[in-house]
Design a protein around this ligand. Structure first.
Ligand code: SF4
Length: 322
């Protein structure tokens, strides 16, 4: 099967300015040589700690940040920033759901104006707009009466439903979900996740699902990629990743997930120290400053991201131990 989205060697570096003349004094290596495919109808979960580059990666895919290097192909075509017409057409088929539903909705616009906005921007006509908007709200579990109200009149969960309505309004093929439930109460999170799963089935959507929460990612994903300091360190089918996590960082993340059975054996791996600054990533393996299994070679040689033996090319990791 051909991937709907291919990301190849993607890089995004942000310049850092300093001194009295505000000269560039370095770079923040937010995303550094990341490659993966997403296949039609699947959900690829992208997980990692805050600051690992996962949101930057999603924003590069959406064209909200210009990438520093690498290629992004969507539905078999390069997303070339020089061809604005082609970019605009492709963006109709790619949408994003943001972390903070309140920040991502214009507080001075009614829901109707928010949902109309995309039709106007992309030159879609006004025919039967009212009926279409009412059906759209019903699809995400809101009443058509919501059209005349403002974002501050809704709860967090309802605002995220409006954000989802905006994302699906033009029937996209791919949605980048950037921490779509992390700002919500736990009781509301599952409702929003189930709504996303229902929409995926009904509309044949493909998701790139970004989250720091492995439990959430496990619930929605078919495959999972684990990111650390701008790089993907492990990628596998969901069940395989949870059954046999191979990279020491993935093992530490999984060990921190609470389990319901207090009698079940569990050994939490505590990582020492903070995630290093992406402005000055460690040489060799980027995880060596916190890895409980680090060896001398890890400090000088970068491990290759490669398929693991006996996994039929579905489980990849970057570690000298593997
Ligand atoms: Fe740990 Fe070395 Fe593997 Fe990096 S390469 S994860 S430091 S064992």
């Amino acid at each position: 099967m051909e991937p709907i989205l291919s990301v190849n060697n993607l890089k995004k570096y942000f310049p850092v300015f300093g001194g009295i003349f505000l000269r560039r004094r370095g770079w923040v290596y937010a995303v550094d040589d990341v490659s993966f495919d997403v296949f039609p109808g699947e959900t690829l979960g992208l997980v990692g700690e805050s600051g690992c580059g996962k949101t930057t990666l999603g924003r590069c895919i959406m064209g909200l940040y210009a990438s520093t290097g690498g290629k992004i192909r969507f539905q078999g075509r390069n997303l070339d920033k020089r061809d604005r017409g082609q970019l605009k057409a492709m963006r109709l088929k790619m949408q994003m759901i943001f972390q903070d539903p309140f920040e991502s909705l214009n507080s001075r616009h009614t829901v109707r104006e928010i949902l109309e906005e995309k039709y106007r921007i992309h030159g879609v006509g006004n025919n039967e707009l009212d009926r279409h908007l009412a059906a759209l709200l019903k699809t995400v579990g809101l009443s058509p009466r919501a059209l005349s109200r403002f974002p501050h009149e809704f709860s967090g969960g309802q605002r995220q439903r409006i954000g989802i309505a905006r994302a699906i309004s033009l029937e996209p093929d791919l949605i980048v979900c950037d921490e779509p439930v992390s700002a919500l109460d736990v009781s509301v999170q599952s409702q929003i996740l189930n709504l996303l799963l229902t929409l995926q089935q009904d509309m044949g959507l493909t998701f790139l699902f970004i989250s720091h929460d492995l439990s959430v990612v496990r619930h929605v994903s078919d495959r999972i990629a684990v990111m650390y300091l701008g790089r993907i360190v492990e990628m596998a089918d969901r069940d395989d990743l949870f059954a046999t996590p191979s990279h020491p960082y993935t093992q530490a993340l999984l060990s921190a997930i609470p389990i319901a059975d207090p009698t079940a054996p569990k050994q939490r791996i505590i990582l020492e120290g903070e995630i290093p600054s992406p402005e000055n990533p460690p040489a060799g393996c980027r995880f060596h400053t916190r890895c409980p299994s680090a060896m001398a070679v890890c400090r000088r040689k970068e491990p290759v991201f490669k398929p693991l033996n006996g996994k039929d090319g579905t489980h990849f990791a970057a570690c000298h131990l593997l």
